[in-house]
Design a protein around this ligand. Structure first.
Ligand code: NAI
Length: 291
């Protein structure tokens, strides 16, 4: 039996993962703004700190795994709140809980990203960079300049920032070196209250017109299956991976975009990492990887 944190535990994917973990006999600490073991509003700093403090005290400072599923979908006028929850609701919690994850044996973290990261146009790179640094106000200002596109752009920017933040940290001594396996799932449209609300909104027609080659929406059961896999020893050799489960949208819109050749601008990263040359059995410290 292990200790697991699940954010967004009250609904959709998070609720399904909670059910699966409890069925498997684990102790789960659910965090949500309603109807949860720890009721906390992840859109504000005090709510995020409350969540960290409560989880640490309830898990005796040892977490075998964490699933970060709390999130908000695109909504007009809510751009700042979307980025607060989707970015800082993950990055601040993971930073605060990292010591508890390191205290377990090969803890697993699954962050729910989105395939919007790779299939949404007009996402300003500067907003993503600001979000990664935690500047949600600055990023929201840039994003709102996108006018009617601001809600989907805010959503995609938030998921891109959180994905990059996780991948940068996943490889470091503090994470991989401490035995923590930090990976992401990138779902496409999955029938949850979040997607149903979008389908029923004024932009529902656009949501429906988004191409899904599988010609059906995903289910919370499928996402829970993939999450359980990423929480299992099968993920011991997975670090910083993004597993796309999206019915084919990503492959449809960018068939040759991924896998991609290593761009020349990444060469300094590779050479820098090679110089670290860890001796056998040790993990090099990749923490200071240049941006
Ligand atoms: P959902 O709406 O069913 O569940 C999200 C949960 O997050 C809710 O229980 C909600 O109360 C919680 N939450 C929202 N704001 C919060 C706050 N300020 N503080 C604490 N909790 C808060 O949504 P769903 O679909 O299960 O989403 C799970 C994750 O999957 C989200 O991160 C979402 O962005 C992502 N996602 C969803 C897709 C979909 O089509 N449903 C597609 C791709 C990614």
């Amino acid at each position: 039996m292990g200790n697991y944190l699940v954010t967004g535990s009250a609904s959709g994917m998070g609720a399904q993962v909670v059910a699966r973990l409890r069925e498997a006999g684990h102790r789960v600490i659910g965090v949500d703004r309603v109807d949860a073991d720890v009721v906390a509003d992840l859109s504000i700093p005090a709510g995020r700190q409350l969540a960290i403090d409560e989880v640490l005290s309830r898990c005796d400072e040892r977490l075998d795994g964490a699933v970060l599923a709390a999130g908000l979908g695109p909504k007009r006028g809510a751009e700042r709140t979307i980025v607060e929850v989707n970015v800082l609701g993950v990055t601040e919690l993971l930073s605060g809980l990292r010591p508890a994850l390191a205290a377990a044996n090969k803890a697993k973290v699954v962050v729910i990203g989105s395939n919007s990261t790779t299939s949404t146009p007009f996402v300003p790179g500067r907003a993503v960079r600001l979000l990664k640094r935690g500047d949600t106000a600055g990023a929201a200002r840039i994003i709102t300049r996108r006018g009617p596109l601001a809600p989907p752009v805010a959503y995609a920017a938030s998921k891109l920032a959180v994905s990059h933040w996780c991948r940068e940290r996943a490889v470091t001594a503090q994470w991989a070196g401490a035995g923590i396996r930090l990976n992401l799932l990138a779902p496409g449209p999955v029938l949850t209250p979040l997607l149903r609300a979008q389908l029923a909104s004024p932009t529902g027609k656009q949501v429906r017109s988004f191409p899904v080659p599988a010609r059906e929406y995903g289910t919370v059961e499928q996402i829970a299956d993939w999450t359980m896999m990423l929480l299992s020893p099968s993920a011991d050799f997975m670090v910083g991976s993004v597993v796309t489960v999206d019915g084919g949208t990503e492959a449809l819109v960018r068939p040759n975009g991924w896998p991609a050749r290593l761009p020349l601008r990444s060469l300094p990263h590779l050479l820098w990492a090679m110089k670290k040359a860890p001796s056998r059995g040790q993990v090099a410290d990749y923490s200071a990887l240049p941006d």
